[in-house]
Design a protein around this ligand. Structure first.
Ligand SMILES: C[S@@+](CC[C@H](N)C(=O)[O-])C[C@H]1O[C@@H](n2cnc3c(N)ncnc32)[C@H](O)[C@@H]1O
Length: 279
């Protein structure tokens, strides 16, 4: 059953929808400025309710379907930051990043560039293949990709025109090699969270204050936290009820969001009651 929770922060809000990205009717076409997401990687992660071990052609078919929906939800100058693996070794080598980029272009997305996220995950260096032999060694890059795509026009014409990125952030993040650590599954309580740094950089670099940011695979709500903190409207879709509730709790428990918005709420409110309300 569809469940929906909206957390208002004065002039913007965060909305979580417990639904399937392939079938949801909760989103309006042409309404989203920026999508930041990390879909299931199809590497047999034990999510509560969805299968993460499709065969590769089924996985590409699933990717085609959900990306087609994202395309329709974006505004004409909308952007799409898609965090995917560079490649996949488990269950047979595949060029995931290249194949997903190709599919996105088939749908109509235009390619802008790719950020290489160096997540410093050395724990992957356990599968060597043929040790010290050229017979069948494994080569694995400890990086992921953030594909930067857009719908029709790269130049952004809609929105408030208010950017909140600093000079140093702009200089650092327009260098497409990003180095920061991954997030702890245990700390977050989700099997595949990304760190808030990832959506935060995308949000500040590619959207204006007040824009609408969507994560169609919201998981533990990391994108919604980053977007809310930066005073954007956030929408998240998550099929699993447990993660949906986890995301809701995480947003409510992130003090930085409320610290950022409190002065704004005080300015806006002519009455004494400045407390945010939750539904
Ligand atoms: C890689 S995780 C996203 C993690 C998120 N970036 C975070 O930081 O927590 C993918 C999420 O997509 C959800 N999911 C899988 N299939 C889905 C579908 N068809 N519709 C909506 N959500 C889905 C999974 O339950 C999982 O939480």
């Amino acid at each position: 059953m569809i469940d929906k929770k909206t957390i208002p922060f004065g002039s913007h809000n965060a909305t979580l929808i417990c639904d399937n990205v392939l079938t949801t009717t909760e989103l309006v076409e042409g309404s989203v400025d920026l999508i930041v997401t990390s879909p299931p990687y199809n590497v047999d992660i034990q999510y509560n309710s969805n299968q993460d071990d499709l065969n590769y052609s089924e996985y590409l078919e699933f990717s085609l379907k959900w990306m087609t929906r994202c395309y329709s939800w974006l505004k004409e100058d909308g952007r799409f930051c898609l965090n995917v693996p560079l490649d996949k070794n488990k269950g047979g080598q595949q060029s995931v990043g290249a194949d997903i980029t190709y599919l996105a272009k088939q749908i109509g997305f235009k390619y802008h560039s790719t950020v290489i996220w160096n997540e410093g995950n050395i724990s992957r260096r356990t599968a060597w293949g043929s040790w010290l032999s050229a017979s069948a060694p494994f080569v694995i890059a400890p990086v992921e990709l953030i594909l930067i795509l857009y719908k029709k026009d790269w130049k952004k014409t809609s929105g408030s025109k208010e950017s909140d990125i600093t000079r140093q952030e702009f200089m650092d993040w327009t260098n497409g090699l990003w180095t920061f650590n991954g997030e702890s599954k245990k700390r977050i309580g989700h099997p595949a969270p990304f760190p808030v740094e990832l959506p935060m950089r995308c949000v500040k670099l590619f959207s204006y204050v007040g824009d609408t940011i969507l994560d169609p695979f919201a998981g533990s709500g990391t994108t919604l936290i980053a977007a809310s903190r930066q005073k954007r409207n956030a929408i998240g879709i998550e099929v699993d009820k447990t993660y949906f509730q986890l995301a809701h709790q995480r947003i409510l428990n992130t003090p930085e969001i409320f610290q950022t918005i409190m002065p704004m709420l005080e300015e806006e409110s002519s009455e004494a009651n400045c407390e945010p309300t939750y539904s």
